[in-house]
Design a binder for this molecule. Structure first.
Ligand code: HEM
Ligand code: HEM
Length: 328
């Protein structure tokens, strides 16, 4: 009898832990974008797609953060000015508004602060802020749009980055199957996917990958249990804080749309999700997943793919006689 009571009590505990109320889930649904200034967003979209923001006139934000490819380029290292490879893997811009800070080491505090970087990065767009402003100012249709978006005349780098950031704020991916399940649609996930989610929670992945982005809200060491072996020279967060304790701490990437944003890790070394999950299990948790467990976690991760932003390709206003020429 005692055993039966114990079994029932245990059963009750298991029920409580395996099926927590949705509000207590470590992951929350992504909210749809709220647009307060459509003129600003539309201007930001044009600038995002405009290759004239680069010195060569050939590279736009969309070259590396391709919105046909979930906001990335699926390359280990992006190709920038004069075919130079970037030294670190390109993260997606999708849902980047949810990041606690931008870049792998968090050196930009928000999207606006980040947007000024790539234009002047010699291996990316290789321009200068002065040149970017001169190019934009030389195009009357742009000047008119700036006035409409900001309510007064004037083009400066502050406004250019504000507009790009406003566009990026809209690049969110709600309505994933996982979000539908979180919102109460029990049929949204299969048994295998739910088992994958249980493994993701119970093994401890959620300690770092949590919140609406399933990551993006902390810096953590890559290689907690075992060191990560890589030839990539990036040292992570220590570059920002100077604190040795931050060496090899990277921003935990969001796992939203992760089935689309391969290859993985800051060095782009993991080509597949299976590989990334295996490495995470071993290095972060000291756990070796069976092939079946790995497949279940991967199945769960694929339920995090949301509605991709529907982009109508902008038509960019033409250059004028005053527009500085591209410099190959
Ligand atoms: C990082 C936006 C141009 C390659 C980022 C991030 C954002 C962003 C928001 C941070 C994402 C995160 O930390 O999760 C933009 C915008 C661009 C632009 C608005 C145009 C103005 C480019 C270009 C390239 C590129 C042209 C490739 C040539 C990268 C790389 C990183 C990055 C490698 C990671 C750098 C690091 O963490 O140190 N970008 N990007 N981006 N982007 Fe771009
Ligand atoms: C990266 C999954 C546990 C911290 C990743 C990536 C995946 C992933 C797929 C690659 C994302 C990308 O590059 O876009 C998992 C799974 C886990 C787990 C399935 C459980 C088995 C953890 C834990 C931590 C953590 C517990 C913190 C202690 C990180 C960090 C990165 C990362 C810092 C970036 C590493 C780098 O690029 O160098 N995770 N993760 N993860 N995860 Fe996890």
């Amino acid at each position: 009898m005692k055993r039966r009571i114990l079994a029932i009590m245990l059963g009750a505990c298991v029920t409580v832990f395996v099926r927590p109320v949705r509000a207590e889930e470590p992951i929350q649904p992504i909210a749809p974008a709220k647009v307060t200034n459509p003129a600003l967003v539309e201007l930001g979209k044009k600038l995002y797609f405009d290759p004239r923001l680069s010195k060569s006139g050939a590279i736009s934000c969309n070259s590396c953060h391709n919105l046909s490819l979930a906001g990335t380029d699926n390359l280990k290292m992006s190709i920038g000015d004069h075919w130079q490879p970037d030294p670190i893997n390109t993260p997606t811009v999708l849902n980047s508004r949810l990041n606690l800070a931008q870049f792998w080491d968090g050196r930009a505090k928000d999207l606006k602060a980040q947007a000024g970087g790539p234009m002047v990065n010699p291996v990316e767009m290789a321009s200068t802020h002065e040149l970017v402003v001169n190019v934009v100012q030389s195009i009357p249709a742009y000047a008119t749009e700036f006035k409409g978006a900001f309510g007064s005349d004037g083009v400066d780098i502050d406004r250019v980055t504000a507009a790009i950031a406003a566009f990026e704020e809209t690049l969110v991916t709600p309505n994933s199957r996982f979000d539908k399940w979180l919102e109460g649609d029990k049929s949204a996930l299969t048994k295998t996917e739910l088992e994958g989610y249980a493994l993701f929670k119970d093994s401890g992945c959620v300690a770092c990958h949590n919140g609406p982005g399933v990551g993006g809200n902390s810096f953590q060491k890559m290689g907690v249990v075992e060191p990560y072996k890589t030839s990539n020279p990036a040292q992570g967060r220590v570059a920002v804080t100077g604190d040795d304790a931050d060496r090899f701490n990277f921003k935990v990437p969001m796992l939203r749309n992760v089935e689309l944003t391969y290859p993985y890790f800051h060095d782009g070394e993991a080509a597949t999700l299976e590989q990334a999950v295996e490495t995470m299990g071993k290095l972060q948790l000291g756990r070796t997943f069976t092939e079946e467990e790995n497949a279940k976690i991967v199945a769960f991760l694929k339920t995090l793919t949301g509605d991709q932003p529907q982009i109508v390709l902008p038509h960019l206003p033409p250059s004028t006689k005053k527009t500085p020429q591209p410099q190959p």
